[in-house]
Design a protein around this ligand. Structure first.
Ligand code: PRX
Length: 649
C-alpha cells in the first residue's frame, strides 16, 4: 500500500463480515472468468417464480440491448414483503420518524404487505394495468414506500418525483412518462414550514391539460397535514378512504425479469431530464446485493439512508435493498438540524440505527453545528457509515469516522449513479482498507476503465474518464421513449464502453478517486443539475436573452451554481433583478436548483464558432484570474476583462 492515509480493516470485522478479503478476491475472479455461473449464483438471493437459466448481460456495441436473467420470472414486491412473512411477519419492516420528534410509527412486514395489497387493489380498481405508469409526488411518508411496492405488485411502472420539484418539472415528467395516475399529498412538512404539494400538482396538471395532454385520469391525495385542498370531482380522490375499503389480499403479477420496474428522471448535460428505466430482476438484485455486502447487512439491522425517495439513493437504499434483505428501513420526514442541532444523532440513538448512509454535503454542514449536540448522543448502535452523491473531502471523512462513528465504524464512500441502479465502487468493510477521499475499489463483477484523451484505456496509475467495460445487472436498460439518446449519451463517446460522465484517478494500489463530472452536469448538494436545464429556465423569463450556467466550488454544497445572463434588448437591468431571476429558476425547477450567483452581462466569452467557454466563466466566477488560460481564441477577448471588472464591483 502507498503512504496515503489508510484505515485498515478491523480484525473483528474481517473475521465476521459477509465478505472478507479472500472472499472478495474469489468473487471478483469468478465474476471475471466465469460470469454466467457467477451471476446465476448471485441471482439466487432473489425469490423467483421461475428461476433463470440464463445470466446474459450483453455488450456495449451497436444498439446496446442489455438484458439479464431474461428467462426468469418474479415479482419485486414479493421479494420485499411476502417472502419475509414466514419468518418475520411481526418484525419491523419500516420505521417512520416524523418531523415532529414525538411522531413515529413502526410498520411490520405483515402490515406493510397489507397496506401494499390494499393500494394495489385500489390501483387495479382505477383501471391501472401492467406496464401503465403511475407517478408519485409525495413527502417522506409511509405511503411513498407503499405506492412504489403496490405498483411493483401489479406490474405498473413507478415514476417517483422529488417533492422539491416545481410544477413545470412535474408536468414535464408526467408528460414524458405518460403517467395515467398520480399519488400526491395535501402538503408536506419541512423545517417547521408546509409545502403546498397538491397545489403544485394541480398547476402541473393544468399545464398538461392546456397542452391537450390530459392523460392523468386519477389523482390520489394523501392527507399528510390534514389541511383542506381543492379536490376535482371525478379525478381527485382521498387516498385513505379508498385503501380503507380495499381488499387486503392481492395476488402479485408474475413479471418477466426484464419487465420495467421504474422510471426515474435525472439530469444530463443536454436537454430536459431523461427517464432512466430500470427493469425488475437486475435492478432488484443489484440493490439487494450491494446493500448486503457494502453495509454488511445482518438480521435485525436498522438501516437509515437519509436520501429522499425521489432520488435513486432513496429507491435503492430506503426501499428495495433493505426490504429485499429483510432489514428494517428508517424513513425520516425531517431535516438534519430541525428543530435543533443534533436531530439526526438523536434519531440514531432512538431507533438504534446500525447502518447510516448520507451525503458529504450534509456531513459538512453538520460539522459546523455546536459539537455538544453530537456529544449528547451515544451512537453506539452504529456499525457502518456510508457516503454517497459527491466526492467526500478527507476532512469531512475524518470527522464522520472519528466523531460520528467514534473511530469504530468503517466509512464506505460509495460511487454510483442513477443509471447504475446501485453501488459500483466502494470498500467492502470487511475486505478493503479505506483511504479518506477514495471510493476505493470496484465491487465484484464491476469493471471500471479509465480512458485517456485519445480514447484509449489507461493502465496502472492514471487519471482519465471513468467508464465501465462490462454490463452489470443493475444497469439502466434505456431512456424511456428514446433509446437513441441512451446509446448516444452513454455509449458513443468511447465505443465499447459505458461512459459515466465522471473523471477519476487510479492510484498505485488500484484505488479510485472520483474527481467529479467532466460534462456540463453540476452536482449541488449531491443533486444532479444540468446546466442546459437551468439555462432553459432562465430563458423562460421575459427579460432574458441568453444565459450560461456553471458550477463553482462551495464549502458545504460541494458545488453551487453561478449564472451569467444577457438581458433582452430593452429589458433594462433594475435593482433586485438578479435575485428575481434566481427566484424564477427556483420556481421553474425547484428551490434546490436556484443559482447562488447571478451576473448580468452584455456578452459571454464565446469561441468564433459561437460555443460558450464555460471553463473561462468558472475561473471568472471563482476569481482565479491568473488561470484563465489562452483567451485569444475568443470571438471577443475583451468580454473577459469586462466580466472580471463587473464581479469586482
Ligand atoms: O458525479 C458522480 C456523483 O454523483 C453522480 C451521480 O448522481 P446521481 O445519478 O444523482 O446519483 C447520486 C447517487 C448515487 C456521479 O456521476 N457521485 C456519486 N457518488 C459519488 C459521486 N462522486 C464522488 N464520489 C462518490 N462516492
Amino acid at each position: 500500500m502507498s503512504d496515503d492515509m489508510i484505515f485498515h480493516v478491523k480484525p473483528a470485522l474481517a473475521a465476521s463480515a459477509h465478505v472478507n478479503a479472500s472472499r472478495a478476491g474469489l468473487m471478483g475472479n469468478h465474476a471475471l472468468n466465469d460470469p454466467e455461473p457467477f451471476w446465476l449464483e448471485q441471482a439466487r438471493r432473489l425469490d423467483w417464480e421461475r428461476a433463470p437459466q440464463l445470466a446474459g448481460g450483453g455488450g456495449f456495441g451497436g444498439d446496446t440491448r442489455v438484458s439479464w436473467f431474461a428467462d426468469g420470472t418474479l415479482n419485486a414486491s414479493v421479494n420485499c414483503l411476502d417472502r419475509h412473512l414466514a419468518d418475520r411477519a411481526a418484525e419491523t419492516a419500516l420505521i417512520w420518524q416524523g418531523e415532529d420528534e414525538d411522531a413515529s410509527r413502526r410498520v411490520s412486514f405483515r402490515e406493510l404487505h397489507e397496506d401494499v395489497c390494499r393500494l394495489a387493489n385500489v390501483l387495479k380498481s382505477l383501471g391501472i394495468e401492467r406496464g401503465d405508469r403511475v407517478a408519485t409526488y409525495l413527502p417522506m411518508v409511509v405511503e411513498g414506500v407503499v405506492a412504489m411496492l403496490a405498483c411493483a405488485r401489479i406490474g405498473a411502472v413507478h415514476v417517483v418525483m422529488f417533492a422539491g420539484l416545481a410544477a413545470p418539472g412535474i408536468a414535464g415528467r408526467l408528460r414524458d412518462s405518460g403517467a395515467v395516475l398520480l399519488i400526491t399529498a395535501d402538503e408536506g412538512r419541512r423545517g417547521g414550514k408546509r409545502l403546498p404539494l397538491k397545489a403544485a400538482a394541480d398547476m402541473a396538471l393544468a399545464e398538461l391539460e392546456a397542452d391537450g395532454a390530459g392523460q392523468v385520469r386519477s389523482v390520489l391525495v394523501v392527507a399528510v397535514t390534514g389541511s383542506a385542498v381543492p379536490m376535482r370531482p371525478g379525478r381527485d380522490r382521498d387516498y385513505a378512504a379508498l385503501v380503507r375499503s380495499a381488499d387486503r389480499a392481492c395476488a402479485p403479477e408474475v413479471m418477466a425479469a426484464e419487465d420495467p420496474l421504474l422510471i426515474l428522471y435525472t439530469s444530463g448535460s443536454t436537454g430536459a431530464p431523461k427517464g432512466v428505466l430500470h427493469t425488475t430482476a437486475g435492478y432488484l438484485l443489484w440493490a439487494s446485493l450491494t446493500q448486503a455486502i457494502v453495509f454488511d447487512h445482518r438480521p435485525g439491522d436498522v438501516f437509515w439512508c437519509t436520501a429522499d425517495l425521489g432520488w435513486v439513493t432513496g429507491h435503492s437504499y430506503v426501499v428495495y435493498g433493505p426490504l429485499a434483505n429483510g432489514g428494517t428501513t428508517l424513513l425520516f420526514e425531517g431535516t438534519p438540524s430541525w428543530p435543533s442541532p443534533g436531530r439526526w444523532w438523536r434519531e440514531i440513538d432512538r431507533h438504534q440505527v446500525s447502518g447510516f448512509y448520507t451525503a458529504p454535503t450534509a456531513i459538512r454542514s453538520l460539522m459546523r453545528d455546536d459539537p455538544s449536540a453530537l456529544d449528547a448522543t451515544s451512537r453506539q448502535s452504529l456499525r457502518v457509515l456510508g457516503s454517497v452523491g459527491e466526492p467526500i473531502n478527507p476532512e469531512a471523512w475524518l470527522w464522520y469516522y472519528g466523531r460520528v462513528g467514534g473511530g469504530r465504524c468503517p466509512v464506505v464512500d460509495t460511487w454510483w449513479q442513477t443509471e447504475t441502479g446501485g453501488i459500483m465502487i466502494a470498500p467492502l468493510p470487511g475486505a478493503v482498507a479505506q483511504k479518506p477521499g477514495s471510493a476505493t475499489r470496484p465491487l465484484p463483477g464491476v469493471c471500471p476503465v479509465l480512458v485517456g484523451g485519445d480514447g484509449q484505456p489507461l493502465e496502472g496509475e492514471a487519471e482519465g474518464h471513468l467508464c465501465l467495460e462490462r454490463s452489470w445487472p443493475g444497469q439502466a436498460r434505456t431512456i424511456w421513449g428514446d433509446h437513441d439518446r441512451y446509446v448516444q449519451t452513454y455509449f458513443s463517446t468511447y465505443p465499447g464502453y459505458y461512459f459515466s460522465g465522471d473523471g477519476a484517478r487510479r492510484d498505485a494500489d488500484g484505488y479510485y478517486w472520483i474527481t467529479g463530472r467532466v460534462d456540463d452536469v453540476i452536482n449541488v448538494s449531491g443533486h444532479r443539475i444540468g446546466s442546459a436545464e437551468v439555462e432553459a429556465a432562465f430563458g423562460s423569463h421575459d427579460a432574458v436573452a441568453e444565459s450560461a450556467v456553471v458550477g463553482i466550488p462551495h464549502d458545504i454544497k460541494g458545488q453551487s451554481l453561478a449564472a451569467f445572463v444577457i438581458l433582452k434588448a430593452g429589458a433594462a437591468g433594475r435593482p433586485g433583478l438578479e435575485a428575481e431571476l434566481a427566484r424564477h429558476v427556483g420556481q421553474e425547477l425547484g428551490r434546490y436548483a436556484a443559482p447562488d450567483l447571478v451576473v448580468l452581462t452584455d456578452d459571454l466569452p464565446k469561441t468564433r464558432s459561437g460555443k460558450i467557454m464555460r471553463r473561462i466563466l468558472r475561473k471568472i466566477a471563482t476569481g482565479e484570474h491568473d488561470e484563465l488560460g489562452d483567451v485569444s481564441t475568443l470571438a471577443d477577448p475583451t468580454v473577459v476583462g469586462a466580466l472580471i471588472e463587473k464581479l469586482r464591483r
